[in-house]
Write a protein that binds this ligand. Sequence first.
Ligand code: ZN
Ligand code: ZN
Length: 82
Amino acid sequence: MPSYFFEKSEKDLSCPVCHDIYRDPVILSCSHSFCKNCLQTWWTKKQKKNCPLCKKINLSNDPPRNLVPLYLNIDFENISKV
Ligand SMILES: [Zn+2]
Ligand SMILES: [Zn+2]
């Protein structure tokens, strides 16, 4: 397998805030995802709930939902098609 494959997948799995692999990942309404801790730290600093990447305000008062692993998404799609 070509090495760029691993580089890309690793980048996709890294948090834009801490540049590390997601820990307890959550996803915002803008579809950007972060570690839960990173997001909470960011929000505490900024005192408003916006996205660290695109700065879009997260208007929902609901907590960000957990990021579903890709293989679960695929399974779910397959199930719903049957
Ligand atoms: Zn992080
Ligand atoms: Zn965003």
